[in-house]
Design a protein around this ligand. Structure first.
Ligand code: FES
Length: 113
């Protein structure tokens, strides 16, 4: 049976900190995350592209996908699935919940500091 990782919920930002169809960077516990706001809500992923070490928060949100600023590879924001070369490794996503005006991300306990 697969082990279920404990989640630690961390406040990443306020809802007003991100415009719709945009992304910001969030650093926590030595790791970097990207927090996205789409029309239907918020999402989170690891902050670095899986191709090379580029900050996805410096990229562009286009039609539910994040375009990496370095080589323009794209990932589906909700699932992390690669959508456009040269990216071919899935981007790790993280659960998000909104509590009042705070956007919180669930970080696996081994990643939480
Ligand atoms: S570093 Fe992101 S596509 Fe190359």
């Amino acid at each position: 049976m697969a082990e279920i990782a404990q989640l630690k919920w961390v406040v990443a930002c306020n809802v007003d900190d991100i415009d719709e169809e945009d992304v910001i960077r969030f650093d926590h516990g030595g790791a970097t995350y990207a927090i996205y706001r789409l029309e239907k809500g918020f999402h989170a992923s690891d902050g670095f592209c899986t191709h090379e070490k580029a900050h996805l928060a410096d990229g562009f949100v286009v039609n539910g996908e994040i375009e990496c600023p370095l080589h323009q590879g794209r990932f589906d924001i909700a699932s992390g699935q690669p959508k456009s070369a040269p990216v071919c490794v899935k981007l790790r996503t993280h659960p998000v919940r909104v509590d009042g005006d705070q956007v919180m991300i669930g970080i696996a306990d081994k990643d939480a500091a």
